[in-house]
Each structure stands twice: as C-alpha cells, then as structure tokens.
Design a binder for this molecule. Structure first.
Ligand code: CAA
Length: 388
C-alpha cells in the first residue's frame, strides 16, 4: 500500500530503516516478552540510538527532525512487529514533542536532550486519574506553591511507562490551599516529576489483557516537592498543552493500529493459504475471501485518513484535532474488526497462544481506549464539524 504513495527520500529512509530494525530486533522476541510480561529496556535504548524517541523533534533539540508522515511510518512498522514496544515509543514521542514545543532552552538541555540520546530510559505522560479519564479536566491532583517549589498531592492512573520512567510529564491543578478548588481547565499546569522524588510511589503495575510487555502503572504522590524550575510552559496553561500533545499523539495511536492491522492481515492470509477445509484451502472459499477483502479495504481507508492527518501537520497546521481524531477513531475501530475477522479465519487455533493472532487480538483492544476513547474522538469530531 505504502509503495503507492509518493514518499520523499527522507520518509522512505525512515520507513525502511525502522522496518528493518523492527523485523530484525523487535519482532523475534515479541511473543516471549508478552508471555513473560517483560519490558524491553534494551529496545528503548536502541530506539533512542535510531532517533525514534523523538522522530519529529527538531535536530537542535536532540531529535531526528523528520516529519509527521515519517513518524506514522515508523510507529506502524514497530507496531507490526510488537504493539507493546510501539506504545512505549509512542508515549516517548508524545513527551518529547511537548517538551520540544513548550519547554525552555534550559529545560530542554536538562531533560529532552539526554532523554532523546537514550541516557535516561523511558518517560511518561501522566494526565489520567482514578476518577478522571475521558473527563481529563476534572483532574484532582493538587499543586500548592511553597517557597521555591510546588507541593503535589494525588494519584495518576493508567500511566504508560509509569514504573520505569526517568521522569513524568505530569498534569496537576495549581490551587491556593485545601479548597474549594477551581474546576475545568483552570489552574491545570504541566510539571516534570523526576523518578525518585520523595513522596512519589510509582510501584503498582497493572496486569493487562494485552500490551503485556509495555508497562502501565499507578502513581501516588504524597507531598512531593517539585521545583518551580520544573514547570513546563505557563502556570495554568497545562490543559491546552496536554490536548495539543494529544493532537499528534492520536495520529501515533492510529499508526499503531495500522501496524497491528498489517500484521493481523498477513497472519490471516498466511493461515488461509495453508489450512484446508472441505477439500480446499480456506483462501479458496468465499467466506474467507470476503473477510480478507473487507479487511484490506478498511486497512487502506485507515492508511488514507492517518496519512492525511500527518500531511496536515506536515503542511504546518498548528491544530489538527478533527483530522487526528478521525484517523484514530477509524483506524482503531477498523483494527478491532480486522483482528476479529483474522482470528475467526484461524478458528480454534486463533484462540490459543501458538499463533500470533491471539496476541494481536488482545493488543488491538486498548487502541480504542487510550489517548482518548472512540467516544471522545467522536465528541471532538462532532464539535469541530458543528462549529467549523
Ligand atoms: N490543541 C490546543 N489547545 C486545545 C485543544 C487542542 N487540540 N483542544 C482544546 N484546547 C484548549 C482550548 O482552547 C481551551 O483553552 P482555554 O482553557 O484557554 O480556553 C482548553 O484547551 C479547554 O478546551 P475544551 O473546553 O475544548 O476542553 P474540554 O474539557 O471540553 O475537552 C475532551 C473535552 C475533548 C473530552 C477532552 O477532555 C479530552 O480529549 N479527553 C480525553 C483525554 C485523553 O485523551 N486522555 C488520554 C490520556 S493519555 C494516554 O492515554 C497516553 C497513554 O498512556 C497511551
């Protein structure tokens, strides 16, 4: 499909380099890592060496300086090999993108540059809380100014890379005291909370249905002192920072779904050609052919929407909320349908660990939930259409 597109030399280089790396280094051990719930520390370092933790971050900030289309191509290739590694990479790029756009030069030197050079390990984006996921502006974590620091209290939930992050890009609400607190986006501020900060407990790792070699944890902060120098952007402007980061992040999750779909379709086609029933290969039977045809159509539609959102970004659009949400909504929902059809082609064998489709099916599910559920994407799209 991609060979039909007029990619630039740079895009093709990023795509081919990542594809080679993903197939040689990421794919071979993916099933075992999943089985053992093992986080790929070695691969995070290798991703950094290849410049894949900050694909579109400018070179001056330590990134690769490539474009959004290149980012889509690289995430999709890593996801085709291992969706868990892809989400670790996607969240790293989300954090790097925000720091490159909103951090001061000193903050970039302190966190962004060494992070992208692979000297720090992964980072996290800590927005969701136990009682606020979709309604992100209802977050309760408080930040009270005290001398040269803010004192943070509260909990974060579903934090990708949470246990292993060297630092968390964390959103808390700046308040004057115990309450009543402002509501909505008011006061929400973006902080860097470093690993090992006194009062930070990043220990409770989730046991997930899929993406088992990625790390998801709760964070609990009790009187954590965060220096004023760790505020990213303006105090009170953190919510807009989070949502603008998610504009690009959601394109990355669409790309992750593309990679999972590519892998699932390849597995379904392979199995359909091998397996015989009623005297002929499954691939010669119309029911299978229809499942493959529908899946291929949806995969290509998802590519078009995702590349279109990336192209909007590459043309310089500052906000791509509608295009990003359309790409994420369609690609992740199509991904759910494709893995389901391809598992069905496998029959009972699709339901056991011996075939990769079982892992792909589990890994696909969360793409419709994180970085904004399908319902949130519909809200964003409808709002833009109705007010646009
Ligand atoms: N870019 C920049 N700024 C934006 C923006 C964008 N795309 N969208 C909104 N803003 C700004 C607005 O201009 C507004 O600014 P002011 O306060 O200065 O006026 C502010 O942000 C608030 O905007 P809204 O009133 O439109 O925001 P809302 O509260 O109505 O948004 C929502 C509702 C769309 C449902 C939003 O809360 C949302 O997207 N929720 C989902 C959150 C989410 O995706 N969480 C994912 C967690 S991260 C994750 O999953 C990562 C991982 O680990 C894989």
């Amino acid at each position: 499909m991609l060979s039909d597109f007029a990619l630039s030399d740079e895009q093709r280089f990023v795509w081919e380099t990542t594809a080679r790396f993903a197939q040689e280094r990421v794919a071979p051990d993916a099933a075992r890592r999943d089985h053992e719930h093992r986080f790929p520390f070695d691969l995070v370092s290798e991703l950094a060496q290849l410049g894949l933790l900050g694909v579109k971050v400018p070179v001056d900030d330590g990134g690769s300086g490539a474009d959004m289309t290149s980012y889509v191509l690289s995430i999709s290739e890593v996801a085709r090999a291992c969706a868990s590694t892809a989400v670790t990479m996607a969240v790293s790029n989300l954090v790097a993108d925000i720091l490159s756009r909103f951090a001061s030069p000193a903050q970039k030197q302190r966190w962004l540059v060494p992070f992208l050079a692979g000297k720090m390990g992964p980072a996290s984006f800590a927005l969701s809380e136990p009682s606020s996921g979709s309604d992100a502006a209802a977050l309760r974590m408080s930040a009270v100014k005290d001398g040269d620091a803010y004192v943070l209290n509260g909990s974060k939930q579903w934090i990708t890379n949470g246990t292993h992050a060297s630092f968390h890009l964390l959103f808390a609400r700046v308040v004057d005291g115990p309450g009543p607190h402002p509501t909505g986006s008011k006061g929400i501020t973006c902080f860097i909370v470093e690993r090992g900060a006194k009062g930070l407990d990043a220990g409770t790792e989730e046991k997930k249905m899929g993406l088992r070699s990625s790390n998801t944890a709760q964070l609990h902060l009790t009187d954590v002192r965060v220096p004023l120098a760790n505020v990213i952007g303006e105090v009170g402007k953190g919510y807009a920072i989070a949502l603008s980061g998610l504009d690009t992040g959601r394109i990355g999750i669409a790309a992750q779904a593309l990679g999972i779909m590519e892998a699932a379709l390849a597995e379904g086609v392979r199995y359909a050609k091998e397996r015989k029933a009623f005297g002929k290969a499954l691939s010669e039977q119309q029911a299978t052919q229809f499942a493959i045809a529908d899946s291929r159509c949806e995969l290509e539609q998802a590519w078009l929407l995702t590349l279109r959102a990336a192209a909007d970004r590459d043309r310089g659009a500052e906000r791509t909320a509608k295009a990003s949400s359309m790409a994420k909504l369609f690609a992740t929902e199509a991904c759910g349908r494709v893995v389901d059809r391809m598992l069905q082609i496998h029959g009972g064998y699709g339901y056991v660990e011996d075939y990769p489709i079982e892992r792909l099916y589990r890994d696909a599910r969360v793409t419709r939930i994180y970085e904004g559920t399908s319902e949130v994407q519909r809200l964003v799209i409808a709002r833009e259409v109705l007010t646009g």
